[in-house]
Design a protein around this ligand. Structure first.
Ligand SMILES: Nc1ncnc2c1ncn2[C@@H]1O[C@H](COP(=O)(O)OP(=O)(O)O)[C@@H](O)[C@H]1O
Ligand SMILES: [Mg+2]
Length: 394
């Protein structure tokens, strides 16, 4: 039996009314989206895209202006305050700024929702111990938040959010105040929350690396709308929307920019090709085999390979030296195994790489929508990111 999605948005909209000088804001603008029970779902978008408003619709901190949000089979639209409290009790939330009570110890913070829910003291204490064990800070029970690192604070936040056994955990930029290494620790903890406790996790972020590392599926938001949704690997390996292409281009700088390409051509005047590395090519082995033809000398001169959803992803730029017909034949053999972007030679350049322009934050949708669609490479960043194969160390 296929179970019903645990969270459903049906043409959901949230409009904040304007004032005398302010125009109204359509923070969430007609979102239809299903989040399945048991998945880690990412919502990615730049600041102001409407992500926080969207999650606040899930726990009814905001009410839809139109459309519906259905959580665990209950349409939130018509519910009264006491029924909404029941729904909220099944949803935990963590925040970028942790929102801990500074006057309470770690144990006191985690106990707080249990006090509100009127748990008996002995059960409360046992539950707090269990939660602090789970998040790995049992030794900090009697410490105050000000004495904790950011990562430890977020562990307290997670323990507190889990206290009353929610079915859903919402994480709104929960790692955005943390360094990359701590981010990864916290994301690993969220994966344990998902896998060991069976809790559906919704991760809101503006960082593609967070989605890449932790999420099964992802929705990309822009101007209050979901512009793209799918499993994380498909979305980032074949981004359709310009905003998704920007995330991808910014995250893995595996393709030479125009400036870099100009420099590369000075030292590598022969034929340059950008070769896609993905799930199908798997490793560079197939590519090496194909290139081992008559009279062609291949050299990697630029690139980056990373992982998206545990699968290899990126591109390598090769210089192929040899007689024209032999190089042409090698390029044809390459095309049979993977995406190839033929940049030509220094004397006869074909064209600049298309993705480089997408990688700049200020690039906007223009270059991306004009670019040919031979291949679209997603990518890395701080987490186990690009292999560091750039021209500097080759
Ligand atoms: N309470 C509010 N009143 C008026 N406008 C708001 C309110 N909350 C959010 N907005 C506006 O809605 C848009 C989306 O905001 P938000 O959901 O916080 O985006 P994100 O989390 O993606 O950065 C922004 O333009 C923001 O200024
Ligand atoms: Mg936000």
């Amino acid at each position: 039996m296929v179970s019903e999605p645990i969270i459903r948005f049906r043409d959901a909209a949230k409009v904040f009314p304007g004032g005398r000088r302010r125009p109204e804001v359509r923070a969430v603008d007609g979102v239809t989206l299903d989040i399945e029970a048991g998945e880690i779902f990412g919502v990615i978008g730049y600041s102001g895209a409407g992500k926080s408003t969207l999650v606040r619709l899930i726990n009814a901190l905001e009410k839809t202006t139109s459309g519906a949000v259905v959580v665990g089979g209950r349409d939130l639209t018509g519910l009264g305050e006491s029924q909404l409290r029941e729904v909220r009790a099944g949803i935990g939330m963590i925040f970028q700024q942790f929102n801990l009570l500074s006057s309470r110890t770690v144990a006191g913070n985690v106990a707080y929702p249990l006090e509100v829910a009127r748990w008996a003291k002995a059960e409360r204490e046992a539950r707090v111990r269990e939660l602090l064990e789970f998040v790995g800070i049992a030794d900090k029970a009697d410490v105050y938040p000000s004495q904790l690192s950011g990562g430890q604070k977020q562990r307290v936040g997670i323990a507190r959010a889990l206290a009353t056994n929610p079915r859903i955990l919402l994480a709104d930029e929960a790692t955005s105040a943390l360094d990359p290494e701590t981010t990864r620790d916290v994301l690993r903890l969220l994966q344990r929350v998902n896998r060991e406790l069976g809790i559906t996790v919704v991760i809101i972020t503006h960082e593609m690396d967070v989605v890449r590392y932790a999420c099964d599926r992802v929705a990309v938001m822009e101007h209050g709308r979901v512009v793209e949704v799918g499993d994380a690997y498909s979305v980032f390996s074949g981004p359709q929307a310009a905003v998704t292409q920007r995330f991808v281009g910014t995250s893995l700088r595996d393709r030479p920019s125009d400036e870099t390409l100009a420099r590369l051509r000075e030292r590598h005047p022969a034929r340059l090709v950008v070769v896609g590395i993905d799930e199908v090519t798997g490793s560079t082995r197939a590519i090496s085999q194909v290139l081992r033809g008559e009279g062609v000398e291949p050299a990697v001169i630029y690139g980056g390979i990373t992982e998206v959803a545990d699968k290899p992803y990126g591109s390598l730029t090769f210089e192929l030296t040899g007689p024209d017909d032999a190089v042409d034949a090698a390029v044809e053999r390459l095309r049979a195994v993977t995406d190839v972007d033929d940049l030509g030679t220094a004397a006869h350049p074909r064209r600049a790489p298309s993705l480089a322009a997408r990688g700049r934050d200020d690039a906007g949708p223009g270059p991306a929508s004009l670019a040919p669609t031979t291949d679209r490479r997603p990518g890395g960043g701080p987490f186990g990111g690009p292999t560091g194969l750039t021209e500097g160390n080759l």
